[in-house]
Design a protein around this ligand. Sequence first.
Ligand SMILES: [Zn+2]
Ligand SMILES: [Zn+2]
Length: 53
Amino acid sequence: MIEGRCISCGRGLAEEGSVQFPCPECGHIIKRCRVCRDRSAEYVCPECGFRGP
Ligand SMILES: [Zn+2]
Ligand SMILES: [Zn+2]
């Protein structure tokens, strides 16, 4: 279980399957819920503005 909110949809991350990973550009921790991960929803890093699937 991950604390915080999904960066794409703002949902909580209590659900199983949520992921967190460092931004490829700046290393800021990106958190996403399972729904957005499954859909490969776009995210934007709040630190550097990097966009990624
Ligand atoms: Zn989400
Ligand atoms: Zn970044």
